[in-house]
Write a protein that binds this ligand. Structure first.
Ligand code: NAD
Length: 469
């Protein structure tokens, strides 16, 4: 596939993209040079004026038409996602459905970008003045996205950016770039040349140019903490949204509905092999019910099928690379050496890692201190709710957190005291609908996505004041 610069598909296709399941080459993509990146920046800069001249009505229709086109081509996109990201096809189909919705939400929100009237006379010296605000686009948005939801997370940036009349340069992850490239092609048919550009290639080459350019008004980044921190340190005065990693806990209290908690743990730990920012990465269980919880978790985990992502029966596909799988293997063996007990799984075959349950994990182990991106359920036993809260809040990440309890007082207490961007009661952290405000605190980043909230962060507020006299 080719890149998209200034409305043209371009670039020699030379970087091999491989299927993480069987390692075969499925496509090739270009390696953008500094010059390509600069050309994309200047095309996006030129397209700014044209975007501003379009009516919200026209933009809404264009986004809606794009969603219709994606809907027509759902199977093609699901297949692409399964091939380059190694995501099981049923999860890939879910991602495509959500992507269609995110585009529709963008089409809807593009018509609702309101300012407000300011009661100027409420302040000293405000008599006889009328004030109102309007929302203006920022200009050029650089969108940098990760491998794990390569289509929907790209649309979470590109949709709101175009909806609010910005132009965009999208840099998808080289680990799974195909669906974003294809999506760019579709959007390009409905928007002016240069309004959407998609670059593939070495992250540092493209990244350097984007970070240092004065023509980029905002960087909207989703990815790991380390990359996000580097971007924050090197992007000067640009506006920033950083959607970073997570180390989400679920907490299972003594009065929880255990079946419901087990179901949450299974979905949260193993969906897309745990390669999700809001995957359940720590399971904190009160000692009193821990044995029963663990037995049920083992039983349900044993029903999962590992295999080819294209097989509709597959629950667990490969990790994105062998390096990623080896890293998970290392973290699991290190935890075992330090006293954790392996109850299920633990095996690796190339990129495939078995769903794995470890009991008696300690909060100090790297497996749960860092963000482990794999199909692992680490059980941390605690004596009571106080300790559960302390352990849950003990990492620097604060993305989402789930609490399972039938006790309303505990639910309210955890809702207020858990350090997380979202607290879910009786639901695992691995839950998102695409219009909700989404984003964490601390090491999990800053700013919110969810179409309306992303638009807020992609616009500037201008105040206009009239002297009535
Ligand atoms: P990553 O940080 O390795 O890469 C993310 C993106 O940054 C990729 O496009 C990559 O090419 C790019 N990048 C890397 N170096 C760069 C540079 N020097 N300049 C510019 N861009 C550069 O992350 P990943 O492995 O693709 O994704 C997994 C991570 O993303 C996990 O930590 C996960 O939790 C996080 N994530 C967060 C959210 C969220 O919404 N909070 C959602 C999904 C994934």
């Amino acid at each position: 596939m080719k890149m998209l610069i200034n409305g043209r598909l371009t670039g020699e296709e030379k970087i091999e993209i491989r299927n993480p399941y069987d390692n075969r080459v499925i496509d090739k993509v270009p390696a953008a040079s500094k010059e390509d990146t600069r050309e994309a920046i200047s095309a996006a800069k030129k397209a700014k004026d044209e975007m501003i001249s379009l009516t919200a009505h026209r933009i809404s229709e264009a986004l809606y038409d794009t969603s219709q086109e994606l809907e027509k081509r759902s199977e093609e996109f699901s297949h692409l996602l399964a091939l380059d990201s190694g995501k099981p096809i049923k999860a890939a189909r879910d991602e495509v459905k959500r992507s269609i919705e995110t585009l529709k939400l963008s089409a809807e929100e593009s018509k609702r970008i309101y300012g407000e009237t300011i009661p100027m006379d409420a302040g000293i010296g405000g008599k006889d003045f009328i004030g109102f605000t309007i929302k203006l686009p920022l200009g050029v948005i650089a969108a940098i996205t990760p491998f794990n939801y390569p289509l929907n997370l790209a649309i979470h940036k590109v949709g709101p950016a175009l909806a609010s009349k910005n132009s965009v340069i999208l840099k998808p992850s080289l680990k799974a770039p195909l669906s974003a490239l294809k999506m760019g092609e579709i959007l390009n048919e409905y928007f002016p040349p240069g309004a959407i550009n998609v670059l593939t290639g070495k992250a540092s080459i493209i990244g350097d140019e984007l970070l240092k350019s004065d023509d980029i008004d905002k960087i909207s980044f989703t990815g790991g903490f380390k990359t996000g921190k580097m971007i924050a340190e090197n992007s000067g005065m640009k506006k920033l949204t950083l959607e970073l990693g997570g180390n989400d806990p679920i907490i299972v209290l003594r009065d929880a509905n255990i079946e419901r908690a087990v179901e949450g743990a299974i979905r949260g730990s193993y969906l897309y092999s745990g390669q999700i920012c809001i995957a359940v990465k720590r399971i904190i269980v009160e000692e009193k019910i821990a044995d029963e919880f663990v037995q049920k978790l083992i039983k349900e985990t044993s029903k999962l099928r590992i295999g080819d992502p294209l097989d509709p029966k597959t629950d667990i596909g490969p990790l994105i690379s062998e390096k990623a799988a080896i890293n998970v293997e290392k973290l699991v063996s290190e935890a075992i050496e330090e006293g954790a007990e392996l109850l299920y799984g633990g095996g690796r075959d190339g990129n495939l890692f078995e769903p794995t349950i470890l009991d008696n994990v300690q909060p100090s182990m790297r497996l749960v201190k860092e963000e482990t991106f794999g199909p692992v359920s680490p059980i941390i036993r605690v004596k009571d709710a106080d300790e559960a809260l302390e352990v849950a809040n003990s990492t620097c990440y604060a993305l989402q957190a789930g609490v399972f309890t039938e006790n309303i007082h505990e639910a309210l207490r955890f809702a207020s005291e858990l350090e997380a961007g979202t607290v879910l009661i009786n639901k695992q952290s691995t839950y998102r609908v695409d219009h909700m405000p989404f984003g964490g605190f601390d090491c999990s980043g800053m700013g919110k996505e969810g179409v309306k909230y992303a638009i807020d962060d992609m616009t500037r507020t201008k105040l206009i004041i009239f002297n009535k006299k």
